[in-house]
Write a protein that binds this ligand. Structure first.
Ligand code: 6PG
Length: 232
């Protein structure tokens, strides 16, 4: 019997001039992925990221020529805060993009993190399971190499699709995160990284350090859009 290994696609790095260029290219790639997915499968399943860097890209999508009625929105992570808290990723995405589009409300799948990390993770698991594989997963990266709410040094059961997260070093401490496994079950993964504060993590990632961001990929194509400041 042949011992077949799944070949990981090499990560592709794209260094751009500044955060505006990262946002512009991200928006362009998101629309291309949407167009491909809608043509081939009649729908576009995208996982949105929290954080400032992706937010800039969302604003550029408003008014885009795409069939919003075919978009299905998922979230890579959420903070355990009331639904109307400005620190919620779902509220950020609504304000930055979704409220200005015709994506049907029933096709937006926020993580119910206001119910507590364990309950929310349990409730979101079947939602994620039914959606896999995603067409496009968007991610940011923190200065410590975290992505979504997967933080260095934290252990989670590898078979889970959604983790309850406690003691996160970035506030708030209680969060819910898609697992590395779920974030990797995607046709494409797009990571957006800007700012000099990210240099050390980029260097570590490229050198093969076991950072959470480095655990995303598998058979998915990973493209990293970073600005010159983040480039080590
Ligand atoms: C969160 C995010 C988190 C974020 C990174 C990068 O909810 O906090 O999902 O993983 O993407 O921390 O954030 P910035 O782009 O703001 O640096």
């Amino acid at each position: 019997m042949k011992n077949r290994q799944i070949e990981a696609n090499p990560t592709r790095w794209h260094v751009l001039d500044n955060p505006e260029a990262v946002a512009a290219q991200a928006a362009q790639r998101i629309l291309q992925a949407a167009s491909r997915a809608i043509t081939e499968r009649g729908r576009f399943r995208i996982v949105l990221a929290g954080g400032r860097t992706p937010q800039a890209a969302y604003g550029l999508l408003i008014g885009a020529d795409t069939d919003w009625s075919r978009w299905e929105i998922y979230f890579g992570d959420e903070r355990c805060l009331p639904v109307d808290d400005v620190e919620r990723n779902s509220l950020m995405a609504a304000r930055a993009l979704l409220d200005s589009t015709a994506v049907p409300a029933a096709q937006v799948h926020p993580i119910p993190a206001e119910r507590g990390a364990e309950t929310a993770a349990g409730e979101y698991e079947p939602v994620v399971r039914a959606a896999l594989p995603f067409d496009l997963v968007l991610l940011g990266m923190g200065e410590d190499g975290h992505t979504a709410s997967l933080f260095p040094g934290q252990q989670h059961p590898a078979d889970q699709l959604v983790h309850a997260v406690h003691n996160a070093p970035k506030p708030p401490p209680d969060r819910v995160s898609l697992s590395a496994r779920a974030l990797s079950e995607a046709r494409e993964v797009l990571v957006l990284v800007t700012g000099a504060g990210k240099q050390a993590a980029i260097r570590g990632w490229r050198a093969g350090e076991q950072l959470p961001i480095a655990g995303i990929g598998g058979s998915a194509q990973v493209d990293v859009l970073l600005d010159k400041a983040a480039q080590a």
